[in-house]
Design a protein around this ligand. Structure first.
Ligand SMILES: O=c1ccn([C@@H]2O[C@H](COP(=O)(O)OP(=O)(O)O)[C@@H](O)[C@H]2O)c(=O)[nH]1
Ligand SMILES: [Ca+2]
Length: 448
């Protein structure tokens, strides 16, 4: 496994976010703590906000990020131990935030697909342990702020974030982009349909109408649970949901000589390759197709729209040298296929040190082509390591500082390329701009 966290996410990297907190009154500074409990890891974001005057919305001044692996779902039968991993990260917040501000600093944890996949009781047990831990901490724990975020919301937030960051949300001639997020356990596709036929053809479940900053949107967003990269590995191996730890799962996408074990969601799986003659791209692709075929929606409009792809799309593209890790780049769907072909055909000779690379690339190819229905020549913007490291904050009147401020759009970090945004929906806009927001005051939500 590659380390997905570059030093730029490290603690106290002043260069990334120069602090502007010199001669300001301390009461103009406030903080927030946000946990993104993903299927492969738990991440903390500690935010510092600053408000220069009551006439101005607060802006993001600093972010500290840290993460641990594995994710909470790995502690399916040891909820206390799971909560301990969160405690370690929370201690960091105590070291960072001045004690005078602890009781007014909200702490929120939003879990994604790892917990969605667990039996409800087990997921709840984990969340309860975390809730307890938060309540014992000196921080503010708003109601309903330790919970599983649903996949629709995950998709909407990622879309809001990317379109905010690419400048589309506050552009007069809005030309929004779609997003493709490939997590460990689920995957999302979200875009703003322009064709009436797309809205008509889609099931109502996947159309999310909402209002944000005086504009109405009807997004298409579909989250597929179990179609994240790691969950897909299990599905391809035929091991998804399998509890038999003694069984050996085999695939033509793996090196023939391989025999190994892999732990996911608290279960240990034995896996290995097949005979050399049946190993390679062709047979691997056929195997992968079985788990994808006819399982996904194919809105025709996506073929003519721009999409930004991140998370594992990005990770695997960087791992195989398809794009530069800092710059990102444009990748054609067929580039993924060519790379998959190359890696899979070399399985019998080389040991890449990453036995799943052929399977992962083949899955990404099949997901894009046969799953979503993109063309071979469809271009994808593959940028940024971590959009789930991006957080959209939705302010409510919880922060008195927000009151009375006209609903001007945003207060991003001016001139910064930083990947976090502060979205301020003023208290006078009714809901925070997005309907059906969980009743969690001062809501700060992770994007996936
Ligand atoms: O702060 C982070 C940490 C990880 N990732 C990426 O998210 C993917 C893993 O997905 P996750 O664990 O969030 O699983 P999910 O619960 O979303 O299915 C990998 O590509 C990581 O590089 C990310 O975008 N931001
Ligand atoms: Ca995620």
């Amino acid at each position: 496994e590659v380390d997905v966290f570059s030093p730029q996410y490290g603690i106290g990297n002043e260069e990334l976010l120069p602090s502007r907190s010199t001669s300001l009154n301390i009461s103009n500074i406030f903080y927030g703590i946000m946990f993104d409990a993903g299927s492969t890891g738990t991440r903390i974001h500690i935010y510092t906000f600053m408000q220069k005057s009551s006439a101005e919305p607060p802006h993001l001044d600093n972010e500290i990020f840290e993460s641990v692996k594995p994710g909470l779902s790995a502690y399916v039968d040891q909820p206390e131990q799971g909560a301990e991993t969160v405690r370690g990260l929370l201690d960091m917040a105590k070291q960072t935030i001045p004690s005078t501000h602890w009781s007014s600093t909200p702490v929120v944890l939003k879990a994604t697909a790892g917990l969605r996949l667990l039996p409800e009781q087990k997921a709840q047990a984990l969340l309860s342990e975390v809730q307890e831990l938060f309540e014992e901490s000196p921080f503010l724990v708003p109601d309903e702020c330790v919970s599983i975020m649903n996949g629709t919301y995950e998709g909407i937030l990622a879309w809001v974030t990317i379109n905010f960051l690419t400048g589309q949300l506050y552009d007069q001639n809005q030309r929004t982009v779609g997003i493709l997020d490939l997590g460990g356990a689920s995957t999302q596709i979200t875009f703003l349909p322009q064709a009436e036929s797309t809205l008509k053809a889609a099931s109502e479940k996947y159309i999310s109408p909402f209002e944000m900053f005086n504009r109405s949107y009807k997004l298409y967003t579909h989250s597929y649970l179990g179609f994240g990269l790691k969950a897909a590995r299990l599905a391809i191996l035929g091991a998804l949901g399998g509890k038999d730890e003694s069984r050996m799962y085999r695939s033509s996408c793996l090196p023939p000589s391989l025999k190994a074990e892999w732990k996911f969601g608290g279960i240990n799986y034995k896996y290995g390759g097949m005979a050399e003659e049946v190993t390679g791209f062709q047979s691997c692709y056929a195997e992968v197709l079985k788990v994808i075929r006819e399982k996904l929606d194919q809105p025709a409009e996506i073929r003519s729209r721009t999409f930004y792809a991140f998370s594992y799309y990005y990770d695997r593209a960087v791992d195989t040298g398809m794009i530069d890790g800092d710059q990102g780049g444009i990748i054609l769907v067929k580039d993924f296929e060519m790379k998959a072909n190359k890696v899979c055909e070399a399985l019998t000779e080389t040991n890449t040190g990453s036995p799943f690379l052929c399977m992962d690339l083949t899955y990404i190819t099949a997901l894009l082509k046969e799953g979503f229905g993109f063309y071979d020549h469809t271009e994808l913007q593959v940028r940024w390591r971590a959009y789930s490291g991006t957080t959209v904050w939705l302010f409510r009147s919880h922060y008195k500082t927000g009151e009375g401020i006209p609903p001007t759009p945003f207060s991003p970090l001016a001139g910064s390329t930083h990947k976090s945004v502060l979205v301020r929906g003023g208290p006078h806009q009714g809901a925070e701009g997005i309907r059906e927001l969980p009743r969690c005051q001062a809501t700060l939500l992770s994007v996936g």
